[in-house]
Design a protein around this ligand. Structure first.
Ligand SMILES: Cc1cc2nc3c(=O)[nH]c(=O)nc-3n(C[C@H](O)[C@H](O)[C@H](O)COP(=O)(O)OP(=O)(O)OC[C@H]3O[C@@H](n4cnc5c(N)ncnc54)[C@H](O)[C@@H]3O)c2cc1C
Length: 339
């Protein structure tokens, strides 16, 4: 056997923050840290079927059958577009698309809740009463303000390429067993970091620090269809139809708490087609059918905290169906917690 005399150890990488996961959560958290002048790297196993890649990326301050403001909407929405526009500028790429969002009031419950919101001055800057034409018939509707969609695939690919230019991306599976804790530092393979943050979606609780947290994962299915509809807004009946350009539209999404696996199903496809056909009467072609799992939590609140004993270990996940809206705000929240 032959040994090289001058075998050198790989030099240690010294970081302020090591982040696990390059979905929307890890990406936006790391960008926020880089803007603060911190030295950051991400360890990520690229997964084109992760929630962030599957997501249609819609953002809206109002959601659900009760037409209610989402958690922290008053704080999140005034700053959100500035955040994403700066991110677009920094990456020199376009992925954040503001677009009207029309919610059709297709049943009595929706009409009742809409009326409550119209009567409530706290909703005045978020909704407008309109009529929308569906298959030639006028339907009562609301137009929600501050809405649109983010092309998450374009963002994630571009951001990963940027991280590589900064020597800040490591394509690898993070193995908690190899993590070594010191009083003010963590060590992982050739990395020393002051802090580590688990931003790896549904896997973020599969480590001894945060295994007391629980998800109630929800599966979602989406279609991409091609049709010649002159639609320039997101229209939502039971399902939404989102124009993404070139006569392509996302149609989604199903919402299932109980499921066998993360694969698209015939049942999901049929439901989406039925709901689409309630909104349009022109031919369409299905281009793609995909499915993913949302990292949803029992109280529909994100999991954003530092570990009580190991205060240099954080968790950043649980953004459910609202990652685009919640993540920039929650990144600021996590980093402003005094520990
Ligand atoms: C069908 C569907 C539709 C959706 N629509 C919307 C929408 O319209 N608007 C919206 O805001 N949100 C939507 N969402 C939700 C949104 O996708 C999520 O809130 C968000 O993407 C979660 O991002 P994340 O980074 O926490 O997790 P993920 O996207 O799961 O990313 C985690 C990353 O960590 C990596 N990873 C995991 N474990 C390890 C490990 N041990 N080592 C290395 N890497 C690891 C994974 O491979 C992955 O790259 C939707 C989700 C689905 C499934």
């Amino acid at each position: 056997m032959c040994y090289t005399q001058n075998m050198q150890k790989t030099p240690k990488k010294q970081l302020d923050y090591l982040i696990i996961g390059q979905g929307l959560a890890g990406s936006i958290l790391s960008y926020t840290l880089l803007k603060m002048g911190k030295k950051v790297a991400i360890i990520n196993r690229f997964n084109p079927k992760s929630a962030s890649y599957i997501a249609s990326g819609i953002f809206s301050p109002i959601a659900g059958q009760r037409i209610a403001k989402i958690w922290q909407a008053d704080e999140i929405f005034p700053q959100m577009s500035t955040f994403y526009k700066t991110l677009e500028k920094d990456l020199n790429c376009s992925f954040f698309h503001q677009m009207p969002y029309i919610k059709l009031l297709i049943n009595d419950d929706l009409k009742k809740f809409a009326q409550r919101r119209f009567d409530d001055p706290k909703y005045a800057s978020f909704i407008k009463r309109i009529e929308h034409s569906v298959k030639g018939k006028k339907v009562d509707a609301i137009e929600i303000q501050h809405t649109g969609w983010m092309n998450t695939n374009v963002f994630l690919d571009t951001y990963r390429a940027f991280l590589k230019t900064q020597d800040a991306y490591i394509e690898d599976w993070f193995d908690t067993d190899q993590l070594v804790m010191r009083e003010n530092e963590i060590h992982y393979k050739n990395i020393n970091a002051h802090k580590i943050i688990f931003a790896n979606g549904l896997q973020a609780t599969q480590n001894p620090f945060f295994d007391h947290h629980r998800f109630i994962p929800t599966k979602g299915e989406l279609l991409t269809v091609k049709m010649s509809a002159p639609q320039s807004a997101i229209i939502n009946g039971n399902a939404f139809v989102l124009p993404i350009g070139d006569n392509l539209f996302h149609v989604g999404a199903t919402f299932a708490r109980s499921f066998e696996n993360a694969l698209p199903t015939q049942q999901g496809k049929e439901w989406l087609c039925t709901e689409l056909e309630k909104l349009i009467d022109i031919p369409y072609e299905i281009i793609n059918h995909k499915a993913g799992i949302r990292p949803t939590t029992p109280g529909h609140r994100p999991i954003v905290e530092w570990h009580e004993q190991h205060q240099n270990v954080g968790i950043f996940t649980g953004f459910g169906a609202k990652g685009v809206s919640y993540i920039p705000y929650c990144a600021q929240q996590l980093l402003s917690i005094k520990i």
